[in-house]
Design a protein around this ligand. Structure first.
Ligand SMILES: O=C(O)c1cc(=O)[nH]c(=O)n1[C@@H]1O[C@H](COP(=O)(O)O)[C@@H](O)[C@H]1O
Length: 310
């Protein structure tokens, strides 16, 4: 699957992924009014609102980008209707030719991880038929449970040609609480996890890169540089650009010398661009055009930094 992602990154010249993390407060009034008229001010009405909002944004940006990353919690808050909106969003994006990274951050004991992997990347058998419930192309995975929690995902990736991004050094302010702990051999815990990700990925090579990638936050550029060397064959998903403070110039060391190796995510910075001062001229009526302008600005910021830095 990583080869397909790389092909799309090369084609769009955009090493970016747009996070589809819809909050109800971002959905403009004209969309909410329609959704509530049909389904009431209910979980179902809210889920319809976020789905219509996503659809407009996808239509406005799909030609510019290789991939999207819907974050499942944003959908889950609207119950089963939210989960339907999650699946509809995935199907719609895939029909538009986008790679979908399901931001599910799962990981559990082996048997439970197996069920998560089946739900999101694999197929569930019901009597004599198989169904792929959420059919994302990649999923984010939490490695805290060790190899038991990861192996079922790796096995499904092998079988179904899918991919993973495993949390290594997250972007949040308290990510150091555990991840920066120094081990007896004077390595940080995130370095050990990076080494494991690199080793797990060797079984799933596709060209120069592995289907097993890593998540490293844009807010930790020095750690990103160190991890780039520890995991030379792992694609790095880099969240934390924009709303969390990451900028293009912080990101050059997340990339390899071939100009590949990283894909940078922005969620609020793109989908809620119309609420920012710099895009306020678009207004809620043209929110999707603000998102398109924000995507173009992000591509040019990152490519500009890469051209200047490599
Ligand atoms: O796995 C992730 O995507 C992720 C890991 C991480 O370390 N930090 C992080 O922000 N994320 C996700 O990336 C997105 C960031 O959103 P924005 O800050 O709005 O761009 C959210 O969906 C987060 O859940």
């Amino acid at each position: 699957m990583i080869d397909q992602l790389i092909e799309k990154i090369k084609k769009t010249k955009a090493p970016i992924v747009v996070g589809l993390d819809p909050m109800l407060e971002y959905v403009p009034k004209h969309i909410k009014t329609k959704a509530y008229a049909r389904y009431g001010k209910t979980l179902e009405g809210a889920a319809e609102g976020i789905w219509q909002y996503n659809k407009k944004i996808i239509d406005a940006i799909y030609d510019l980008i290789p991939a999207v990353k819907p974050q499942i919690a944003m959908y889950e808050q609207f119950g089963i209707w939210g989960m339907q909106a999650y699946e509809k969003t995935i199907s719609y994006c895939q029909k538009k030719g986008l790679i979908v990274i399901g931001d599910i951050k799962r990981g559990d004991i082996g048997s439970t991880s197996q069920a998560y992997a089946t739900a999101h990347l694999g197929n569930v058998r019901i009597e004599d038929q198989e169904f792929s419930p959420f059919h994302e192309d990649f999923a984010t995975v939490n490695p805290y449970l060790g190899i038991d929690g990861i192996k079922p995902f790796i096995d499904v990736c092998k079988k179904e040609n899918k991919g993973l991004f495993i949390l290594v050094k997250t972007s949040n302010p308290s990510s150091g609480d555990f991840q920066d702990q120094m081990l007896e051999d004077h390595r940080h815990l995130y370095e050990l996890v990076g080494e494991k990700v690199a080793a797990w990925g060797m079984e799933l090579m596709s060209g120069n890169y592995s289907d097993v990638g890593a998540v490293v936050g844009a807010t930790y550029p020095e750690q990103g540089q160190a991890l780039r060397k520890i995991m030379p064959k792992s694609y790095i998903l880099v969240p934390g650009y924009g709303a969390q403070g990451g900028r293009g110039k912080d990101l050059i060391h997340f990339f390899n010398e071939d100009g590949l190796g990283a894909i940078v995510n922005s969620s609020r910075g793109i989908i809620a661009a119309y609420l920012q001062d710099s895009y306020s001229q678009y207004g809620p009526e043209h929110f999707e055009e603000a998102s398109r302008a924000a995507v173009l600005a992000m591509i040019s910021d990152i490519n500009g930094a890469l051209e200047a830095g490599i």
